[in-house]
Ligand binder design. Structure first.
Ligand SMILES: Cc1ncc(C[n+]2csc(CCOP(=O)(O)OP(=O)(O)O)c2C)c(N)n1
Ligand SMILES: [Mg+2]
Length: 322
């Protein structure tokens, strides 16, 4: 979680230095939602997320250097420098994207979960999406198919609503007819629960139990993670007129890293010195990643037409999972 926070601070800095093209959305404040769930997964599970995807890539083990290089648009990046911040992809580590079309990945995750079960694997799909993504048609299509296939134990997918209270500058109260967001998932015959997304132990505890249940039953499940983003929506959201400084400060009292530190100090004697060492390590890893990204070459011109369409070959799920 500390590595993610330092990585995000560096990516905001590098964006302002003009080193990162396109757009940039950071995960600061929401770290426990990525780590709590991804740490409960096993090899072969697949993870989908939206454009706020750096944390998931780091949690899955893509490595800060390859992720930073992707943000810089360099050939050493995890999508060979052709995806950028919003389109991280690393099938070998279970990351199936990184999507810029809000909610467009939800049906893909339902389809992947169906494919995994169809091939008799006990792996599952995990799909992160925001509160705002629940207002697009593909959310309803994906949930309906998951609920329907799930009746026969054929859709092992864990939906994670990252409820950070806002879709760009529009609060949940202003964008959703029903503010109890998980109720909208229950309408599709899918079990849900709300979890404190600032507390990594709460997230991990829920994920351990729920992931086991999904593997056993093949039925979908949804966690609504109650969380908050500390930075603006994206790199251009500087003034943030839709929320007050007081509101942001109030939420900083529940910084997931502080909550984790306090709890670890209580249960396992974590000291300030231990945290300082972790912080130094994370800072150095991120500095190395920035140097690697800066020194890497841009993609060759011949790469313009590669990896654009899959001309033949099986869906990656069949390669990765037998
Ligand atoms: C189909 C589509 N519509 C609109 C947009 C523009 N857009 C980008 S992010 C966003 C808000 C999404 O909010 P949410 O799902 O809550 O995710 P968060 O940014 O809070 O993580 C919108 C409307 C888009 N990228 N794709
Ligand atoms: Mg949101």
């Amino acid at each position: 979680m500390i590595l993610i926070r330092r990585f995000e601070e560096a990516s905001e800095r590098e964006f302002r230095r003009g080193k990162i093209g396109g757009y940039l959305h950071v995960y600061s404040g929401q770290e426990a939602v990525a780590i709590g769930v991804i740490s409960a997964l096993k090899k072969g599970d697949v993870v989908y997320c939206g454009y706020r995807d750096h944390a998931q890539a780091l949690a899955l083990g893509s490595g800060p250097s390859r992720v930073m290089a992707e943000l810089f648009g360099k050939s050493t990046g995890i999508s060979k420098g052709k995806g950028g911040s919003m389109h991280l992809f690393d099938a070998a580590n279970g990351l199936y994207g990184g999507y810029g079309i809000v909610g467009g990945h939800i049906p893909l995750a339902a389809g992947s979960a169906y494919a995994l079960r169809y091939r008799n694997s006990d792996n599952i799909a995990v799909c992160y999406f925001g509160d705002g993504a629940m207002n697009i048609g593909s959310f309803h299509e994906g949930m309906n198919m998951a609920g329907l296939w799930g009746k026969d134990g054929l859709c092992p997918v864990l939906w994670i609503i990252e409820n950070n209270g806002y879709a760009m500058g529009t609060s949940v109260e202003r964008h959703s007819a029903l503010t109890d967001l998980s109720a909208r998932v229950r309408a599709y015959n899918i079990q849900t629960e709300k979890v404190d997304g600032q507390d990594v132990f709460a997230m991990r505890g829920a994920a351990d139990r729920i992931v086991r249940q999904i593997r056993e039953t093949g039925k979908p499940y949804c966690i609504e993670a109650m969380t908050y983003r500390f930075s603006g929506h994206g790199a251009a959201d500087i003034l943030q007129p839709y929320r007050s400084k007081d509101e942001v400060e109030k939420h900083r009292d529940r910084d997931p890293i502080t909550i984790m530190r306090k709890r670890l100090a209580e249960v396992s004697g974590l000291t300030d010195d231990d945290v300082k060492k972790m912080d130094e390590w994370a800072t150095e890893e991120v500095a190395k990643a920035v140097r690697f990204a800066e020194e890497s070459p841009v993609p060759d011109g011949s790469e313009l037409f590669t990896d654009v369409v899959a001309e033949h070959g099986p869906h990656p799920v069949s390669e990765d999972n037998g």
